[in-house]
Design a protein. Structure first.
Length: 413
């Protein structure tokens, strides 16, 4: 999961705070009170003076101000995670950034318990090389875990009767095969920890592919409905949009061409993500190139219309409308013209794109043109929360992603 942050404002503020270095005044030799000996002051070189000045400027530089009426999303996630005190498993236990993040999460008490998976000696070797203190972090080796027999049995039961398409043989022929699979695959072991309640959430992806995480999540944790999807939290820094500048965009990363049933699942899941992550009641607009039939009876229009009906049936209390063009959903004056009487007028904080192409393009356009921060993709629709990372993620990205996932866990009913 990639977390994008803006730094331009911070750099600009820091630059303004730098003052010209004044010429140093001559300092006379003085006697120390204890020894009575004369001590000559050490003169700083120009390079040393410059370095000292820059260090001071960095320390005194003002933090970027949060615009009035908006929210510090990252700060809120860290605060809520600390309040919820849920437990976290990180399967990539010997990955350097993951080890550093685990230490930070434990030290800041973002999670009640943090578990790294791996051979303890190898994990500790990585930590020692990085000079990281793993106090408060548990290390579990799946190969000698007391849970392994139970996990193997459960995996066999979950996959019993499934046929491997390549070999045309049973995917997991017996309990021993299930045990061996769980032993060799840290993602599956971590997912089983979440399924069994030994952890409340799982985060991975610094090393592994998204497909591997999704496979483990779908096979072992399962979904609330039949559709796993994703959302981005878009921070526009403008209170005119969404809830105090924050909006949910979905699905932008998982389902390429959802059918009407999947699209309705995505809408319901995104509403739950809005409630959990933004802390407000969701107001959902299902987007299209058509508003209330203006696009005729073309298949893409009919698909969204069907999805709207199914979403209403699945979540009758969810405030939702569609199909709507983006301007009709977001600009009240346009809503009045194109969708008069719409219950979402002026309230939309969650938008559902008709397919992955539209979603991916949409969030990136807003991110770049509006200078918004995009947090995600946040996985949604799973029975219990798991999150994916970009393989180019930073330590702080892992910490923030973990906080978001722990908030999902804490918000679940």
């Amino acid at each position: 999961m990639a977390v994008t942050k803006k730094t331009a404002a911070a750099k600009k503020t820091a630059a303004k705070s730098k003052k010209p270095v004044k010429a140093a005044k001559s300092v006379k030799a003085s006697k120390t009170m204890k020894t009575g000996k004369t001590v000559k002051p050490v003169k700083k070189t120009p390079a040393a003076k410059k370095a000292a000045s820059e260090t001071k400027a960095k320390k005194t530089a003002a933090k970027p101000k949060i615009k009035k009426g908006t929210i510090d999303f990252v700060g809120e996630m860290l605060k809520k995670a600390q309040e919820y005190q849920k437990s976290l498993v990180l399967p990539e236990g010997t990955e350097e950034r993951t080890v550093q993040a685990a230490a930070k999460i434990a030290a800041k008490k973002i999670a009640k318990k943090v578990t790294l998976l791996g051979i303890p000696a190898e994990v500790e070797k990585v930590a020692a090389a990085l000079k990281v203190n793993l106090k408060g972090v548990d290390i579990i080796n799946p190969a000698d875990s007391l849970w392994l027999d139970d996990f193997g049995k459960t995996y066999f039961e979950l996959r019993q009767g499934k046929i491997n398409k390549k070999t045309n043989l049973p995917e997991v022929p017996d309990v021993a095969a299930g045990k061996e699979y769980i032993r060799r695959d840290p993602l599956s072991f971590g997912a089983m920890m979440v399924r069994k309640g030994y952890a409340d959430a799982m985060v991975s992806g610094a090393l592994s592919a998204t497909a591997d995480l999704l496979r483990a999540g779908l096979k072992i944790i399962g979904t609330e409905s039949r559709t796993a999807s994703s959302c981005f939290v878009m921070d526009t820094h403008d209170p005119a949009w969404g809830y105090k500048g924050l909006m949910i965009f979905s699905d932008c990363a998982v389902v390429p061409e959802p059918d009407s049933d999947q699209l309705s699942d995505i809408a319901v899941a995104a509403g739950k993500s809005c409630k959990a992550l933004l802390g407000c009641d969701p107001c959902v607009a299902m987007l299209s190139f058509s508003t209330k039939g203006s696009g005729g009876k073309l298949p893409p229009v009919l698909l969204v219309q069907e999805a709207v009906q199914k979403a209403h049936a699945k979540a009758p209390s969810l405030l939702l409308d569609g199909e709507m063009q983006a301007d009709a959903a977001l600009i009240p004056s346009v809503t009045d013209k194109k969708a008069p009487g719409s219950p979402v007028r002026g309230k939309v904080n969650t938008v559902i794109f008709p397919n992955l192409g539209a979603g991916n393009i949409g969030y990136k356009l807003v991110q770049r043109l509006a200078h918004a921060d995009a947090y995600g993709p946040v996985l949604q629709g799973f029975a219990k929360p798991i999150s994916d990372l970009s393989r180019g993620c930073s330590v702080d990205d892992i910490v923030v992603t973990a906080a978001i996932t722990l908030v999902q866990a804490g918000s679940a009913k």
